[in-house]
Design a protein around this ligand. Structure first.
Ligand SMILES: *Cc1c(COP(=O)(O)O)cnc(C)c1O
Length: 434
């Protein structure tokens, strides 16, 4: 169990805010995503404070981790900015009332439509990620008679210590311009474009990274690069350091509190302040882009146990969810910790594999993890499912994407309704020639 204050055991039962987890499962059905609004709000505020301690800047929440209208509204209210990586995310942010100037538009292969919609919406920054995007964005801004402010995604060549698929700044990464090769030439090119306004640089070195040492290496490299830009007369107004701060999934991970997570950001920015001062530069406007660390531990998923198979060497507890609502084990070999909600006081004497209901042997949520003795019908909670679960869900096996409930101390409400069978088939069309 992570160290969230609103998650605790009372009378042998798992509670979330003022609600028993098993009671929420009975009311809304399972599988059920439950998000803790207080935890999200607290983290947003602490991150904003961490940036304020440095100076001018913003915290842009990476929508891809978990995005709904309700959470967007909640974060917007406390002063967050937002990342979008698709036209769909941009649409969600705009329809949720986010100031377009607070939107940063990312993506390594933006479509014509996305470029058109982003320019037309007056998003704060486009983050240019490729050579072709320079021409395409310049042309589109010209067509709309606008000067689009841009950041340039740089690959600082820092191999963060995390899982391969979530490293994004190693050599040969698909993201950004290589800091040691052509980045400077492309920034010069962008700076000379008629309809683009070069505002600064962006990096994002990976995800589920602990501590600040990988970031420190990246910060040093970026400050050196800013010096090089200065030498050719280009001013870097904004430095966007990306996200990637880790969360607690299992006892293999450190434990975090909102304070300790925010302290990592404070440390990174303190180093940045020292570095720029050393080089005689002013402090850039700084942006950080946490995703997972804002919503990860805020989420738990509730399941009902439908089957148990004990092979001696391996015991499966099969639940009514799976890779359609949490594909992270299948994708990244991720691990989770779990609890039997109404046996929360009992010792974890079992070692079980939580298996999903999809027709794939790889449909696992967590492998060989400690658990109380579970029986068919028990409600099981899996922790730290707030990031990259709902946002990565699918209709595999035509399973419905589960509902999302938000709890805020004494309030609990749906923020996303569960899909119906009709929802799943809504876009099916049968041509009359069949
Ligand atoms: C995914 C992503 C983030 C957020 O990463 P987390 O690991 O969820 O914090 C931030 N910035 C960019 C550009 C990203 O692609």
């Amino acid at each position: 169990m992570n160290s969230r204050e609103t998650l605790f055991v009372a009378d042998g039962k798992l509670n979330i805010g003022n609600f028993e987890a098993s009671a929420l499962a009975r009311k809304y059905g399972t599988p059920l995503y439950v998000m803790d609004g207080d935890h999200i709000e607290n983290l947003c505020k602490k991150m904003i404070d961490a940036v304020a301690a440095y100076g001018d800047g913003a915290v842009a929440y990476a929508s891809k981790a978990f995005a709904t209208k309700a959470t967007t509204r909640l974060m917007d209210k406390v002063g967050m900015w937002f990342d979008a990586v698709s036209g769909g995310e941009l649409h969600l942010l705009l329809t949720s009332g986010v100031n377009p100037k607070h939107i940063i538009f990312h993506g390594n292969a933006k479509t014509e439509r996305e470029i058109r919609e982003g320019v037309s919406a007056d998003v704060g920054y486009f983050v240019i990620d490729s050579i072709s995007e320079i021409d395409r964005l310049d042309a589109e801004a010209g067509r709309q008679g606008k000067k689009q402010e841009v950041l340039v995604r740089i690959n600082p060549l820092v191999s963060a210590h995390t899982y391969f698929a979530v490293q994004t700044a190693a050599p040969n990464s698909k993201f950004g311009f290589d800091i040691e090769k052509d980045a400077l030439d492309y920034v010069k090119d962008i700076n000379s474009r008629k309809n683009l306004v070069f505002k600064g640089l962006h990096i994002h070195i990976g995800s589920q990274i602990y501590g600040h040492s990988s970031y420190d290496v990246a910060v040093d490299k970026m400050v050196d690069f800013i010096v090089k830009l200065g030498e050719v007369g280009i001013n870097c107004h904004t430095l966007d350091l990306g996200g990637g701060y880790g969360v607690y999934y299992t006892d293999e991970d450190p434990k975090f509190t909102p304070e300790s997570t925010a302290n990592i950001v404070k440390n990174i920015l303190a180093r940045l302040a020292v570095k720029v001062a050393e080089k005689g530069l002013g402090k850039p406007f700084v942006i950080v882009e946490p995703g997972r660390s804002i919503v990860g531990e805020a989420g738990i998923t509730l399941y009902t146990v439908n089957a148990i198979k004990d092979f001696g060497v391996k015991k499966y507890v099969a639940i009514d969810g799976g890779m359609f609502e949490n594909p992270r084990h299948a994708l990244y070999d991720s691990q989770y910790s779990a609890i039997v909600c109404d046996k929360a006081d009992e010792p974890m004497t079992e070692k079980v594999t939580l298996a999903g209901k999809c027709c794939e042997s790889g449909d696992i949520i967590a492998e060989d993890v400690p658990l109380q003795k579970a029986e068919v019908g028990d409600v099981v909670a899996v922790f730290t499912t707030g990031a990259y679960n709902y946002s990565m869900s699918s209709n595999y096996n035509l399973n419905a994407v589960p509902p999302v409930v938000m709890v805020k101390v004494d309030k609990a409400d749906l923020i996303v309704k569960g899909q119906t069978y009709e929802d799943i088939l809504r876009n099916n069309v049968v041509p009359e020639w069949i």
